[in-house]
Design a protein around this ligand. Structure first.
Ligand code: NAP
Length: 285
């Protein structure tokens, strides 16, 4: 394996977890984060070899790959700041959960840019939440465009393979449509489930429900209890695709309400049979 010089900006759950893997693989890793305590923690956890709060610290190193792992609203501003500091041989990539609004603009700022999105996470955030193995066997989407340099694709493919992830290539807009269905919509549905339950049940019923809650509620409420800033950024940056999926979901929910109100049990049975089969098919493929 050829060791690379890698920069990571934003040492949180994703940036820290990437750092842990890359250090273990034998790469040299430089980190940048906002808070000195985070930098110190990243070094002591061996998620980076060097860390600083100053993006300028990356200028002195001839980095091959820089991962921008900040929250979504800071990704483009960070790439602009990197562009006036980095050595021109560096490829920049990001890990943001939306791609189209970032990829087009990033390519204008730094032509050697390739969008990426590791499809892995937990409900935790920050460097303390970083773990080894987070990306193992998980899809890692990369979104090269017609103008993406071959070297950028090769470098990112190499590193993604070393993470043990499953590489998936697609267009940025296709990615945003797909994650609206399987990630952003579930966050909103799960959040509205928790809100409906917490706001609508009377105190005594709520206490009883809490005692009775088991795996079904745990599974369906999990993604609605994640990082609120990330949820807002998903909605802001993937607004059109998310609204489209929410509208389909609203129609589907209205169908169910109608069937139950009208006591159309055979229709409801048919719908649930269909969703049972659809889920099996969806998960198998
Ligand atoms: P996170 O745990 O909150 O980590 C982000 C870290 O970036 C913060 O801890 C903060 O560290 C640092 N930071 C914030 N603004 C910065 C800036 N301007 N410059 C340098 N460092 C900055 O968030 P995350 O879950 O890792 O998410 C980061 C990115 O990963 C987002 O773009 C998100 O879309 C993407 N992503 C998240 C998940 C997920 O499930 N969480 C999955 C896939 C992709 P300090 O402590 O130094 O302030």
């Amino acid at each position: 394996m050829i060791a690379m010089k890698i920069g990571i900006v934003g040492l949180g759950l994703i940036g820290g977890s990437l750092g842990l893997e890359f250090v273990r693989q034998g790469h040299q890793v430089w980190g940048v984060s906002r808070q000195p305590d985070t930098c110190a923690e990243a070094i002591s956890r061996q998620a980076v070899h060097f860390a600083s709060t100053d993006l300028g610290s990356l200028a002195a190193v001839s980095l091959e790959m820089v991962f921008v792992c900040t929250p979504i609203p800071s990704v483009l501003p960070t790439i602009s700041q990197l562009a006036v500091r980095l050595s021109p041989r560096a490829t920049i990539t990001d890990v943001a959960s939306v791609k189209a609004p970032i990829v087009d603009a990033a390519l204008q700022i730094w032509p050697d840019f390739i969008g990426g999105h590791p499809m892995a996470g937990t409900a935790e955030q920050g460097i303390q939440a970083a773990v080894l193995g987070l990306f193992q066997d998980r899809p890692y989407v990369i979104t090269p465009t017609a103008s993406t340099p071959t070297i950028a694709i090769e470098r990112l493919q190499t590193l993604v393979t070393q993470l043990g992830s499953r590489l998936v290539l697609c267009q940025p807009a296709q990615h945003d449509q797909a994650v609206a269905w399987i990630s952003h919509l579930p966050v909103m549905i799960s959040a509205s489930l928790i809100a409906a339950c917490a706001q609508s049940a009377d105190a005594e019923t709520l206490r009883l429900a809490q005692q009775l809650a088991s795996s079904g509620f745990r599974d369906t409420s999990r993604v609605g209890a994640g990082n609120p800033d990330l949820g807002v950024a998903m909605a802001q940056f993937n607004r059109d695709a998310l609204l489209k999926t929410l509208s389909h979901y609203q129609n589907s929910l209205s169908d169910l309400i109608y069937m139950i109100e009208q006591e159309r049990w055979a229709e409801l049975q048919q719908r649930l049979l269909q969703t049972q089969q659809d889920r099996q098919h969806f998960m198998q493929s």
